[in-house]
Design a protein around this ligand. Structure first.
Ligand code: GCU
Length: 594
């Protein structure tokens, strides 16, 4: 083959790779790095037809001759706050599912022997990133961080960053085209520049070994100069130091024992831990605890624990916006604490790092979940890889958070969906390989309910540490008998059982209509559902926890009853204004008695 032709093929391949550079998994603990925020006002172009790609918006062409003109410009347009969803920042964007082009300019001074990374906490759903007119890569997935190294692309002085954001539903997306929440689009979490030394600490895992209350088993991964590097782990409060060295790949095993005050909901103890290499140091606040299934019970720090949980979507209820800040997290988590919870199920996708870290400080265990939700195209050739990437990004970000006790890898998928079992079993194995210390769950709602008997059978439960069931008896399905006479046939009789969703709808304050009719959306009807559910819980074998759906009323566009819902799912125990419905008190009493 002529050299010229070969050269062209190599060039094309290189071009293809460049155009499709995927965002890297973000370095761990981004908030502890040398971080220059790019938050604030960004100029935007709203692109409902998606023509911005054809117009090559990122090139920001300017007229050269008097007869030239350009049919796009950031100048003269609106600005949006980053971080923040775009749906709630402009009326035109309320229901928008499409493309918004974002632009931010920043100055940079190059540091000697320094490297520079562009970090995104999350962009929902697709991001295509351009720096100074050149595409640096893309990322798919609306709820996990990613980064691009721009050391050799950033200029000294002024730089222009343009991000194409698209939140349209994708047949082969995670989630797919159907979901029961407002799919807030935009640059929804922090954006910034992280400057590191030439060699830096890219990743680490510092947690108790599975089943131990004193032995830490972890690792440190360097990026840059790697071989035979001294690594020191310091815990000043314990006057403790552990030294180790990296191998030729910059990887260092970490194993040491110490006497810890263990992290628990009652005492959410965190230690300052300093991870040092010869060229870098990262400080983290780390808790040490053990979570295990033993027989049909869940043990925290070798003691059986009942999970007093609640479901939470990532929405600031008072503002109706995608939650992202510490303040947003505190609104949601304080309400969970007031209800008497010791665990929050962060439905149905990884929430912000602020949410996980605040929960940890407040003594709330965290159920961290991937948006593998209901109808997923498991047989699409791209989906398994997307699932694995999102898993790596979720575990990569949260693996050092003691509060995270459960990785949940799916919600309400169907055994009849092609390739569902194979894809989820494979994902489960990958999750265990990434982190052997936590529980893994799959949530299912295809149980049978006939003759007042639940029949729970799904082969996927074989790969789940707990049998997690979503059931809405009393709302979607009427009771078939007395709740206290409910029977259970569960295929995995020795596993712990967790009721991961239950409840019903009510409009706060709506109490004038008869409370025995679902269609009236009364608080009294919802209250009765909760009373009956609490009765039924007494019949559940190996019950290790319950988790009402949901803490606050939240936005979901398919909820179109214009008397009572108006675009809200009203299963909240609290209204979106934080008002307690009658059912809230039933749940509070239930948790008080546990
Ligand atoms: C499902 C699903 C939730 C949904 C809820 C409901 O079980 O997991 O995401 O919002 O039921 O119907 O309200």
């Amino acid at each position: 083959m002529k050299i010229a032709v070969k050269g062209k093929i190599v060039l094309l391949l290189a071009l293809f790779v460049l155009i499709n550079v995927k965002g890297q998994t973000a370095m761990v603990n981004s908030q502890a790095r040398n971080f220059k925020s790019l938050n604030g006002k960004w100029k935007v172009i709203i692109d409902p037809t998606g023509i911005g790609d054809w117009r090559q918006v990122w090139q920001e062409k300017k007229p050269q001759k008097k007869t030239d003109f350009v049919e796009y410009s950031f100048e003269g347009g609106p600005e949006l706050e980053v971080p923040g969803d775009f749906n709630t920042q402009m009326p035109e964007l309320t229901y928008f599912e499409g493309t918004v082009w974002y632009k931010k300019q920043f100055n940079h001074t190059k540091g000697e022997d320094k490297r520079l990374f562009l970090y995104f906490g999350a962009v929902n759903y697709l991001a295509e990133v351009y720096l100074n007119g050149e595409k640096i890569g893309s990322h798919e997935g609306g709820f996990t961080p990613f980064q691009f190294e721009i050391t050799h692309k950033v200029k000294a002085g002024n730089n222009t960053l343009i991000v194409k954001v698209n939140n349209q539903r994708k047949e082969n997306g995670l989630p797919g085209v159907g979901y029961d929440w407002l799919n807030f689009g935009g640059i929804t979490r922090d954006v910034g520049l992280i400057e590191t030394n030439d060699a830096f600490i890219e990743d680490y895992f510092i947690q108790l070994q599975k089943g131990s209350l004193s032995n830490v088993l972890g690792w440190v991964q360097l990026n840059g100069a790697k071989t035979n590097q001294k690594i020191t782990i310091k815990i000043p409060e314990l006057n403790f130091k552990h030294k180790t060295k990296t191998d030729d790949k910059g990887f260092a095993h970490v194993e040491f024992a110490s006497k810890f005050t263990l992290w628990s909901p009652e005492n959410p103890k965190l230690y300052k831990v300093v991870i040092e290499s010869e060229a870098d140091a990262v400080e983290d606040s780390i808790g040490f605890r053990s979570i295990e299934v033993k027989g049909s019970e869940i043990f925290l720090n070798n003691k059986p624990i009942f999970l007093k949980a609640v479901n939470i979507h990532e929405e600031n209820p008072l503002k109706g916006t995608r939650a992202f800040s510490k303040e947003d997290a505190k609104i949601l988590l304080n309400a969970a604490k007031e209800l008497g919870c010791n665990l929050v199920r962060l439905a149905h996708y990884p929430h912000s790092e602020n949410m996980v870290k605040e929960a940890e400080k407040m003594g709330l265990m965290v159920w961290d979940e991937l948006p593998i939700y209901q109808h997923i195209k498991f047989s699409d050739s791209l989906v398994p890889q997307k699932m694995e990437t999102m898993l790596k990004e979720m575990v990569g970000r949260d693996k050092n958070r003691a509060a995270v006790t459960i990785w949940s890898l799916s919600n309400e998928t169907y055994s009849s969906t092609p390739n569902r079992n194979k894809a989820l079993i494979s994902l489960t194995k990958k999750c265990k390989a990434l982190d052997s210390t936590r529980l893994i769950s799959h949530v299912i709602n295809t149980q049978g309910y006939a003759n007042n008997t639940f029949t729970v059978r799904d082969s996927l439960y074989k790969y789940s540490d707990i049998v997690a069931i979503n059931e809405y008896i009393g709302w979607y399905i009427p009771w078939q008998g007395s709740p206290s006479d409910t029977e259970w046939e569960i295929d995995f009789p020795d596993k712990p059982v967790f009721i991961s969703e239950f409840g019903g709808e009510a409009l706060y304050g709506n109490n004038d209509l008869p409370s025995d009719e679902a269609a009236n959306w009364t608080e009294g009807y919802q209250e009765q559902i909760y009373k009956d559910q609490v009765e039924m819980f007494k019949t559940v074998p190996n019950l290790v926890g319950v988790c009402p759906w949901i803490l606050f009323d939240y936005k979901s566009l398919g909820r179109m009853n214009q008397l009572y819902q108006n675009g809200y799912n009203r299963k909240g125990l609290l209204s979106e204004n934080g008002e307690k419905k009658k059912a809230w008190y039933v749940m509070k009493d239930c948790f008080n008695e546990k």
